[in-house]
Ligand binder design. Structure first.
Ligand code: COA
Length: 368
């Protein structure tokens, strides 16, 4: 059979039929058919996670049992923390979480695929919140007994007391991070799922893919960039200097969204409101000024990471925890992709075009 040649990076290639979510070039995003703005305005994190996993909004009873299941399963075996602790303070946070998920795969006593998935989803926020502390030898912060998924995660991430509005915004950002059709990490998860490896293997592969600055790592890179740019008045020279040095502006550009990212637009509104309430809008003006410069020069819009980063910053969360937060939410999308892949499985094993040497003969080592 003649191999089909596809564009580099599989750009524009549909690699699966999915019912989970769809992002489109016109700036629309739906989860299971519901527009993201509708979910952001009305749904809780747990309702959205249930929807992404099960394809329908939960009834009250289904929601209560789903939410209490996540809370109940969140406690981590001490050995997982011990293994993360052995990595030492130099460990990259995502590597620490990935090690935690791998350890969990050997330690967890869960039997069914569904229970394994629920265990990973419930424990990921605890791993995310502790991926800096535990390798440094600090005691873990454990989830509180009150509040929903987002509140419990935020309490573990920062001791700072958050206002009701700030907590609401944090939950929206988590909803935005949950799912995004065939992004690099979800595709990675599907490749692993297609081999029928277990969900721990798929989730740790998803984490590996998320780590890079072109994917999940972009929110941290965007914040570091904003901190370097400092002043809204400095936006023009900063953008020019970045291009002169041949570097990209982090938090801008997207494979699908070419006009705007609907999640970034909503986050920009929330950021505006947060800064207004604080009586200091410098960071909002800085983001807006760089966005305008970028649009004027390259017609490239900001993505979710660009506006999620300053929101996390205002919430008092340490920058190296931004990608871990992404992971704590995206794991629900990963598990939905895992299930969809396994339900209609075909091993993902593409072909390639060989462009290397041909017709070589082995030369003994002493003759080379
Ligand atoms: N800053 C400056 N230029 C950018 C850019 C950015 N953030 N994103 C894209 N471009 C430019 C590229 O340099 C390229 O220009 P060229 O045609 O002159 O070479 C063009 O836009 C196309 O970019 P490309 O990287 O090929 O598009 P892609 O669809 O493969 O990549 C991203 C999408 C996300 C990888 C890319 O936009 C990027 O690296 N962004 C920064 C990282 C980021 O924010 N990632 C999070 C994504 S949600």
């Amino acid at each position: 059979m003649e191999a089909v040649k596809v564009p580099r990076g599989l750009a524009g290639v549909s690699v699966a039929d999915t019912r989970i979510s769809k992002s489109s070039a016109d700036g629309s995003l739906v989860y299971r058919g519901y527009p993201i703005a509708d979910l952001a305005a009305n749904a809780s994190f747990e309702e959205t996670a249930y929807l992404v996993l099960n394809g329908k909004l939960p009834t009250r009873g289904e929601l209560d049992s789903f939410a209490s299941g996540i809370a109940r399963r969140s406690s981590l075996d001490r050995r997982v923390f011990d293994i993360m602790g052995a990595l030492g303070g130099g460990a990259h946070p995502i590597d620490a979480i990935r090690t935690g998920v791998s350890a969990l795969g050997s330690i967890d006593a869960e039997q069914s695929i569904q229970d394994k998935e629920a265990s990973i989803e419930s424990k990921m926020p605890v791993l995310a919140a502790n991926c800096l502390r535990v390798p440094k030898g600090e005691p873990p912060r454990l989830p509180g007994k009150t509040g929903g998924f987002a509140d419990r995660l935020l309490q573990m991430l920062t001791p700072r007391e958050a206002s009701e509005f700030d907590r609401w915004v944090f939950e929206r950002v988590l909803i935005f991070y949950m799912e995004h059709d065939m992004n690099a990490s979800s595709f990675t998860v599907r490749v692993v799922a297609s081999t029928l490896a277990d969900p721990y293997a798929a989730a740790s592969a998803g984490l590996a893919s998320l780590k890079g600055p072109l994917h999940g790592g972009a929110n941290e890179a965007a914040m570091e960039m904003l901190l370097r740019a400092k002043d809204p008045e400095n936006a023009g020279p900063f953008v020019e200097a970045t291009f002169r040095e041949g570097r990209k502006l982090m938090g801008f550009g997207h494979r699908v969204y070419k006009q705007f990212d609907p999640r970034a637009r909503l986050c920009k509104e929330y950021l505006g409101e947060m800064t207004k309430k604080r009586g200091d809008d410098r960071i909002y003006r800085l983001c807006d000024a760089i966005e305008r410069e970028m649009w004027e020069k390259k017609k490239i819009p900001p993505n979710l990471d660009y506006y999620a980063a300053p929101i996390f910053y205002l919430l008092g969360i340490e920058v190296p925890l931004y990608t871990p937060i992404f992971a704590a939410s995206r794991v629900f999308g990963w598990m939905a992709h895992y299930n969809e892949q396994v339900e209609e499985n075909k091993l993902i094993r593409p072909d390639s075009t060989y462009v290397g040497h041909a017709g070589r003969s082995y030369v003994p080592i002493e003759k080379r």
